[in-house]
Design a protein around this ligand. Sequence first.
Ligand code: SF4
Ligand code: SF4
Length: 373
Amino acid sequence: MSDTGACGRVYVVAKTELGRLIERLWAEGYTVVGPTVAQGAIVFDELRGVDQLPIGWTDEQERGTYRLKRRDDDAYFGYAVGPHSWKKYLFPSRLTLFSIERTADGFTVQPGAETVPRYAFLGVRSCDLHAIAVQDRTFLGGPHVDPHYQARREGALIIAVQCGTAAPTCFCASMGTGPHARTGFDLALTEFTDSFLVEVGTERGGALLDGLSTRDATGEDLSKAEEIVADTAQAQTRRLDTSDMPALLYENLEHSRWDDVAGRCLSCTNCTMVCPTCFCHSVEEVPDLSGERSERVRQWESCFNPEFSHVAGGSTRPEIRERYRQWLTHKLASWIDQFGVSGCVGCGRCITWCPTGIDLTEEVAAIRGSDRA
Ligand code: SF4
Ligand code: SF4
């Protein structure tokens, strides 16, 4: 796990050194994952070299819209965020917890066969560093530590990349979660035209630079890097005012806006699947056809599914109105009671990937607007 003590050393490395860093990580036993172009989007996958990065690509995003677009330069990380978040590695969407097999004497129980890689995450944005911290509280912070998350998280090395591009859906600046990554990384890169500014966050990160060609960063390098993230913050047009949370939502549980949004929401679950902090899951028994073997499988679940709140007598949230209200109220209000922080880091994924373009910043503003009228 990355410690958060910033070592404070800052270097500049040529872009050509990034390939050597990736090679070194694999040689040291890490599974390197980062952004690449696939399925018409910038997604996360295993990376063997820089040629797999989305070089020269950017993403155009708006509510319910995502398009890849060519940039007029060869930036390696010149995009905002894609549909994937790092939870797909730390909290896999489907995981076999254990299997049970019938034997002559009864049955045997075997742990899930999946090996846990030691991940190196390359290209982690500030909002996603905060999302990982939110999931750390959920899976590691309480009395019941999740051993599957813990095994993945403890080994993970984090190489952040400061944001040089803001999508219109981003609102991390208003949430205090970005775009400047300040802590929670082993290394943080700021991309220049032919080089990277590299901030060292941990001793482990600093050791990775040994043997690479580096030079100390100058004051001019530092100013240039500051300017890049400052411009990105400035470019963000969306914002979410959380100053009156959680009271605003608790006091408006019967607001007419919930009926309005229910008329647009398909209860498709997309927003919860792409959200980097959503952690709900279900556990199912998956027997084979012979009846000799069964697997206990954990998979992502969503509060937008009516079965999610099924108890004796039926679902406690049968209407979409109740399910959207539950999601938004948990994310922005009761999450604070539960974990001490907001469940939203302002990444904007739920806005982009909602098929009907529902925008939580607009829903909150609408509730606040008529509440104050
Ligand atoms: S609620 Fe939406 S904007 Fe907030 S963290 Fe989740 S996906 Fe990102
Ligand atoms: S808010 Fe949008 S993404 Fe979320 S469940 Fe409703 S329609 Fe799907």
